[in-house]
Ligand binder design. Structure first.
Ligand code: BTN
Length: 246
C-alpha cells in the first residue's frame, strides 16, 4: 500500500463525491479524502449519513486491479474499523453484516463502497468510512436503532486524526491480504457479530422480510444463511436491511 495522501477539507457535501471527482481526474491509489463535516453524507442504498463535526468522515481511493474478491472490500474495511478503533481505544465493536459497526445494539459507524471495473480489472474502489467519535449522540440518528460514539463508550473524547490513522493502519495490512488473494474468512470470523444469530432480512426485490439463521461469511463477504435446513448466500447489494433477532 503506498503512503496515504490526505486531502483534508472542513465541510464537503460528501467525501465520496469529492473522492469520485478526484479519481475521475486520475488521483492515485492511496488518496484519502477526510472532512470535518458533511452536508450530504450518504450511507448504503442512498440513505442519509448525519455528519456533524466530531465524526470521522473519510473516503479512500483504491485501484486494486485484478484481484480475486473485490466484493469483499467493504467487509474488509469494516474489519479495519473494528480493529483500528480497538487498537486505539480498547473499545470492543462488532460488525453487523454487511456494513454497520456496532457496540451492542448501538451503531458507531458504517462503511460503503462503490467500484468501477474494466473487463476483469477493478480500476477504482471508493471506500467510505464514517465513525461517530465525539459528537453528542443527541445530534445523531441511526435508522432502525440508536447511535453511539467512541467518546460516549469510552468516557473520554478521542483525537479524530488518531482514529483515522489507526483505521488506516489496519486497513493497509488487511488490503495486502486481499491483494494476495488470501483466505479472508479467519480474519473476520470473530468480528462479524451477526454470525451465529437468528436474523430477519428484507431483500430489495422481496416484499416480505424472511427469517434465517446466519451461519457464516463467504469468501466474497456474502452472508451464509440457513432456512429450513437449506443454505444460501446473501449479497450485500441484494439486502435492503438486516436485523439481528435475538
Ligand atoms: C452506512 O452505514 O450506511 C454507511 C455510512 C458511510 C458514511 C461515510 S462518511 C464518509 C463517506 N462519505 C459519505 O457520504 N458516506 C461515507
Amino acid at each position: 500500500m503506498p503512503k496515504w495522501n490526505f486531502v483534508e477539507r472542513d465541510e464537503v457535501d460528501s467525501t465520496q463525491l469529492v473522492a469520485g471527482e478526484l479519481a475521475s481526474r486520475g488521483a492515485p491509489e492511496g488518496t484519502a479524502v477526510v472532512a470535518k463535516s458533511q452536508s450530504a453524507g450518504r450511507g448504503r442504498l442512498g440513505r442519509a449519513w448525519v455528519s456533524p463535526p466530531g465524526g470521522l468522515y473519510m473516503s479512500l481511493i483504491l485501484r486494486p486491479g485484478r484481484i480475486r474478491r473485490p466484493e469483499a472490500l467493504p467487509l474488509v474495511a469494516a474489519l479495519a474499523v473494528v480493529k483500528g478503533v480497538n487498537d486505539l481505544t480498547g473499545l470492543d465493536t462488532r460488525i453487523r453484516w454487511p456494513n454497520d459497526i456496532m457496540v451492542g445494539p448501538k451503531k458507531l459507524g458504517g462503511v460503503i463502497a462503490v467500484a468501477e471495473t474494466y473487463g476483469r480489472e477493478v480500476t477504482l474502489v471508493l471506500v467510505g468510512v464514517g465513525v461517530n467519535c465525539n459528537t453528542p449522540t443527541s445530534g445523531l440518528q441511526s435508522p432502525g436503532g440508536e447511535a453511539t460514539t467512541i467518546a460516549e463508550e469510552v468516557g473520554i473524547g478521542v483525537e479524530i486524526p488518531k482514529v483515522r490513522d489507526s483505521i488506516l493502519g489496519s486497513f493497509s495490512h488487511l488490503y495486502e491480504h486481499v491483494k494476495a488473494g488470501d483466505d479472508l474468512a479467519p480474519l473476520w470470523k470473530e468480528k462479524v457479530g451477526t454470525v451465529g444469530k437468528p436474523v430477519t432480512i428484507k431483500m430489495r426485490t422481496d416484499e416480505t422480510p424472511l427469517s434465517y439463521d446466519a451461519v457464516g461469511i463467504a469468501q466474497d463477504g456474502g452472508l451464509i444463511v440457513s432456512r429450513s435446513g437449506a443454505k444460501s448466500t446473501v449479497r450485500a447489494e441484494e439486502t435492503e436491511w438486516l436485523r439481528e433477532t435475538d
